[in-house]
Write a new protein. Structure first.
Length: 318
C-alpha cells in the first residue's frame, strides 16, 4: 500500500455573539484543520490538527505532503520520526507538530481500516472501558455580567453530570479570579473538584495559570474546604499547565510548563503548605513537548525520593 494523496481543509465557524476569551485573548472564530490521506488501495485516513488552522494547512500542503507521497502508510513510526526531526530546524516548530499530529492520526486510521481492527487494539488494547470526563468551557463571555453567565454555564455542566470543569482565569487582578472561582464554587457545591481533589483543609485545590498576570503562577489555598481562598506568593518565572501534589513528607511539589530556552519541564517546592515556593528549577531530563504535566507517583528508593512524571518516561530524584 502506498500514499497517493494528501488533502487538507480548514473548517471555520464565526462565533458571532458567542465570542469568548482566555487570558491569551478573544476568540471570534473556531477553526480546525482536517487532513485526508488517500492510498492506492482506495482507503482514506482522516486526521484533525490543533492550532492555527490556516497555518497548519500550509505546512501540510507545502511541506509534509511531498515528503510522505508514495510512502507506506503502515510506517507510522518512521514517518513520524522523519517529519519530527526535520521540524527541529524550523523556527515555528509548534505548527509542524500540530500538522504532524493530523497526519499521524490519519495514518493510524488507514491501518485500522485496512486491518478491520479498532485503532485502540493496534495501540495495545483498552485498559478500561469507562473514563471520567470533565467539561472544557467557562471561557470569559463577552457580556455585561460575565460572572452570572459563567455561573449559569457551570450549573449546566453539573446538571449534565460532569464531576469537574475547567475555568479560564488570568484576565485582571488575581482578586477577581478568586471572586469568580468562589462564586462558581458556591453555585455548584464543594463536592466537585478542579484539577485534583484532597479533602484535608489547607491543601492546594487549584493552580492558577499565571501567563495573564505577567509575573508568574499563583497557587490558591483554602483552609476551610474551599469556601474562602487566599493566594500564595507568585512563582517565577512565567509558567502554566501546572499540577501540585503533596509528598509523603508533607512537602508540596509543583510540576509546570515553564517558558525557558531549554524546552523542558520545571518544578518548585513548598515547605509551608503552599504559602511560599522555592526558586523554579529546570528538569533537563524532562524535555518538551508535554502537556498538562502531572506527578503520579512518589516514594523512597535507595534513600532518595522518586517522582514519576506522567508525560515523560523519566524519573527525577531529590
Amino acid at each position: 500500500m502506498k500514499i497517493t494523496g494528501v488533502k487538507s481543509y480548514v473548517v471555520s465557524k464565526p462565533l458571532g455573539d458567542r465570542q469568548m476569551a482566555s487570558s491569551q485573548g478573544w476568540r471570534t472564530t473556531r477553526q480546525a484543520c482536517i487532513v485526508l490521506v488517500s492510498t492506492d488501495e482506495g482507503i482514506t485516513g482522516v486526521g484533525e490538527c490543533f492550532g492555527a488552522a490556516s497555518v497548519v494547512k500550509s505546512v501540510i500542503d507545502d511541506y509534509i505532503s511531498p515528503i510522505i507521497s508514495v510512502r507506506d502508510p503502515f510506517d507510522t513510526g518512521v514517518i513520524w520520526a522523519d517529519i519530527y526531526h526535520r521540524s527541529t530546524l524550523k523556527p515555528q516548530r509548534s505548527m509542524f507538530i500540530h500538522a504532524l499530529s493530523g497526519i499521524d492520526i490519519a495514518l493510524w486510521d488507514i491501518k485500522g481500516k485496512a486491518l478491520a481492527i479498532p485503532v485502540y487494539k493496534l495501540l495495545g488494547g483498552a485498559f478500561r472501558n469507562r473514563a471520567h470526563a470533565y467539561a472544557t468551557g467557562l471561557y470569559r463571555p463577552r457580556v455585561d455580567d460575565p460572572i452570572s453567565a459563567l455561573i449559569q454555564e457551570a450549573v449546566g455542566y453539573k446538571e449534565q453530570g460532569f464531576f469537574a470543569m475547567k475555568l479560564k482565569i488570568g484576565f485582571a487582578a488575581p482578586e477577581e479570579d478568586i471572586a469568580i472561582i468562589s462564586a462558581i464554587r458556591d453555585a455548584i457545591g464543594y463536592e466537585r473538584g478542579g484539577y485534583s481533589h484532597n479533602p484535608r483543609p489547607g491543601i492546594i485545590k487549584r493552580v492558577g495559570e499565571g501567563g495573564g498576570y505577567g509575573y508568574g503562577a499563583h497557587v490558591l489555598i483554602s483552609d476551610d474546604g474551599g469556601k474562602k481562598w487566599r493566594m500564595s506568593e507568585p512563582i517565577r518565572p512565567n509558567c502554566n499547565e501546572s499540577q501540585v501534589v503533596e509528598l509523603s513528607d508533607g512537602t508540596l511539589m509543583m510540576n509546570m510548563r515553564s517558558y525557558n530556552r531549554m524546552h523542558c519541564r520545571s518544578y518548585a517546592y513548598s515547605y509551608d503548605g503552599g504559602e511560599t515556593w522555592s526558586k523554579v528549577q529546570q528538569a533537563l531530563q524532562l524535555v518538551e513537548p508535554t502537556n498538562q504535566g502531572s506527578i503520579i507517583k512518589f516514594g523512597k528508593y535507595q534513600g532518595k525520593t522518586m517522582y514519576l512524571f506522567s508525560n515523560a518516561a523519566s524519573v527525577a530524584t531529590r
